[in-house]
Design a protein around this ligand. Structure first.
Ligand code: ITT
Length: 198
């Protein structure tokens, strides 16, 4: 089975990605690599940042890796926080402060439509390929639930009356942005048969 490094410093992403990829790869976290600094993210789009994270790890350590850049886009806020989702309330990254800011920004706003988007970058031997996944939903008036991470307590996917934070990881993974992008990646892996011999 081929080794795959997850080019993320977010433990929740590692958990979600590992749960869905474990049968395809021997999964490694980059906490196993000698890296203490934050991986730079200076792009203006999710695709750029995802690529930047994958290249940073692939080029420094010569490993096959998968990076994830994700964001929440809120229609009434013109797509914000978007690519700035992790630091919406400023430095240092803080999920609770981000959620509080979002609730405040949407006070009295009736259009609550939003979407989560993930761009995955698979980097191997100097080449790369990207996969996108999205999920549509609405932003609730108040935080609900204690599962997941980030904006999960405020996001109710379309057709559901629970937020992502009120679902198990398996329930969220089935319908969420990251799970959908991963399904495309797994299909690519199966179709290209690149990894079946190792
Ligand atoms: P890495 O860059 O190390 O992967 P990060 O947390 O900084 O970790 P991003 O740059 O992709 O990741 O930031 C995305 C932010 O969007 C993240 O911090 C959360 O606030 C939010 N987010 C992403 N996916 C989410 C999800 O599935 N549920 C809730 N919030 C999510």
């Amino acid at each position: 089975m081929k080794s795959l490094y997850l080019a993320t410093q977010n433990a929740h992403k590692v958990e979600e990605l590992s749960a869905l990829l474990g049968s395809h790869f021997r999964i490694h976290s980059i906490s196993e690599l000698p890296i203490s600094e934050e991986i730079p993210e200076t792009g203006l789009t999710l695709a750029e940042n995802s690529m930047q994270k994958a290249r940073y790890i692939a080029e420094r350590f010569g490993v096959t890796c998968l990076a994830d850049d994700s964001g929440l886009e809120v229609r009434a806020l013109g797509g914000a926080p978007g690519v700035f989702s992790a630091r919406y309330a400023g430095e240092p990254k803080n999920d609770q402060a981000n959620c509080s800011k979002l609730i405040k920004e949407l006070q009295g706003v009736t259009d609550r439509q939003a979407r989560f988007v993930t761009v995955l970058t698979f980097h191997e031997g100097g080449t790369f390929v990207q996969f996108e996944g999205e999920v549509l939903g609405t932003i609730t008036q108040m935080a609900r639930g204690d599962q997941g991470f980030g904006y999960d307590p405020l996001f109710e996917p379309l057709g559901e009356n629970r937020t992502f934070a009120e679902m198990t990881m398996a329930e969220k993974n089935k319908i969420a942005h990251r799970g959908r992008a991963l399904e495309k990646f797994k299909q690519f892996v199966d179709e290209t048969l690149l990894f079946h011999d190792e």
